[in-house]
Ligand binder design. Structure first.
Ligand SMILES: [Zn+2]
Length: 425
């Protein structure tokens, strides 16, 4: 017995309203329903709903929801040194589990089925992913100046994470190798990370050219931009997720376009931290694959891809004074499709045999009336509260607006309790 979603409107597939059938965790058929009264499947009414194969949050630090709203308006170094790091150093593995669950719940509620995460205590994040039923590409963010100074132990942590978790939970969990950034990892550490990614056939996840000062300092130190430097270390021989890429020049963009790199554009985080606006239009023109991420909630303050879509097109159009930049089709493709290959999903989410990841948005609301154009509605008008149902591998994680795999009240109270404990030490 399977499930049929009747008469939903699929986005990103060249289909009219359709019936979507899935069974055993896979899309089994499109338009399979001759006579709905004859089926033994569970039938869900999708009339008036938009269907997508789920948003991919291409760069986040889930557990940093703990720092949401903490010292929002201070300079970056003060924020890190006086507020974030002292609390972060006290985090116990179990704390990271509860905070990750909170972040996952927020993501599910806004239509996210897959998370690309970088943090520490990753076994606890993997546990939260496994239990909640979402999909994730997880990474331990390595910080080490040389192999001798922390590097070997950081690499060993990554290796055990790959060995224990890569491909687990029916393939829903994958592991990336992750040197945190050029300025936090020495050359030999980055080279060893590349070797490890090749050895295990994993992807690589790193922060690249987030701020102007990072790029200026790197050029002064090495004569290269961070992108050129990573290229010189052969990093892009591995399929790479490059977070931010705010300050990339034409040569950098050429390098990114020529290699299997997916850029994770984080428009709200870059705006909140005053980092700038990434040249998304120019990257698209050169054929760079650009996905969308929220970054951590400390620098956002939400994990809401619907808002991220809106920030993306607004900032590109406003900064270039051009209303033709970033069409609804383009911006939706960034959030739904661009990172699918990186996380191991088939390019077309609504094709037979694809994992049954489905998100429904109810458009029977005042702010989504009238329905001229479904893609324009998704890119410009919907909000995350319109998400009613979320399936991953055919399993309901959200049904009629209710979380099915996460005890929301418990998670909220556990996170409140642990923040109280950390602050009162
Ligand atoms: Zn980040």
């Amino acid at each position: 017995m399977g499930t049929i979603i009747r008469n939903a409107h699929p986005i990103g597939a060249s289909l009219a309203d359709t019936n979507l059938r899935f069974e055993d965790g896979r899309i089994a058929a499109l338009n399979p329903l001759q006579d709905p009264s004859q089926t033994s499947d569970t039938v869900i009414d999708g009339a008036g709903k938009l269907a997508i194969p789920g948003f991919i949050n291409a760069h986040t630090h889930l557990a940093m929801v703990l720092f949401r709203g903490l010292a929002d308006d201070v300079p970056l170094q003060v924020w890190l040194e006086d507020h974030i790091w002292p609390l972060e150093q006290q985090l116990q593995p179990e704390d990271v589990y509860w905070c990750s669950l909170l972040g996952i719940a927020e993501g599910i509620r806004s239509g996210t089925t897959t998370f690309v995460d970088m943090y520490f205590h990753n076994e606890q994040i993997a546990r939260a992913v496994e239990e909640s039923g979402v999909r994730a590409l997880l990474a331990y963010g390595m910080i080490a100046s040389s192999l001798q100074d922390r590097g070997r132990s950081e690499l060993a942590k990554t290796e055990s994470l790959v060995q224990n978790w890569h491909g687990r939970a029916n393939g829903r969990i994958q592991i990336s190798v992750s040197p945190h950034a050029v300025y936090t990892c020495g050359e030999e550490v980055i080279r060893a990370a590349v070797d490890m990614a090749h050895k295990y056939g994993t992807t690589l996840h790193t922060h690249v050219s987030e701020t102007r000062s990072e790029v200026d300092e790197w050029k002064a130190k090495t004569g290269m931009t961070p992108v050129e430097y990573l290229q010189s270390l052969d990093v892009f021989s591995v399929p790479t997720l490059a977070a931010h890429c705010v300050h990339v020049d034409a040569d950098d963009i050429g390098i990114l376009a020529a290699h299997p790199v997916t850029v994770a554009h984080c428009p709200k985080s870059n705006a909140k931290l005053g980092s700038g606006i990434a040249p998304v239009h120019a990257m698209h023109q050169s054929g760079v694959s650009v996905a969308i991420g929220t970054d951590g909630a400390a620098s956002n303050n939400r994990l809401d891809i619907v808002e991220e879509l809106r920030a993306c097109w607004m900032l590109q159009r406003a900064s270039h004074e051009n209303p033709a930049y970033m069409s609804s089709t383009q911006v939706i493709s960034m959030a739904v499709r661009a990172a699918r290959g990186l996380v191991g999903l088939p390019e077309d989410g609504f094709s037979e045999g694809a994992p049954a990841d489905v998100v429904l948005f109810d458009t029977n609301h005042v702010h989504t009336t009238p329905p001229h154009d479904a893609e324009a509605m998704l890119a410009y008008a919907v909000n995350s509260r319109d998400v009613t149902d979320v399936y991953v591998d055919g399993k309901a994680l959200l049904k009629n607006g209710e979380l099915r795999t996460i005890d929301e009240e418990r998670v909220i109270s556990e996170v409140r309790r642990l923040l109280h404990r950390l602050k009162n030490r």
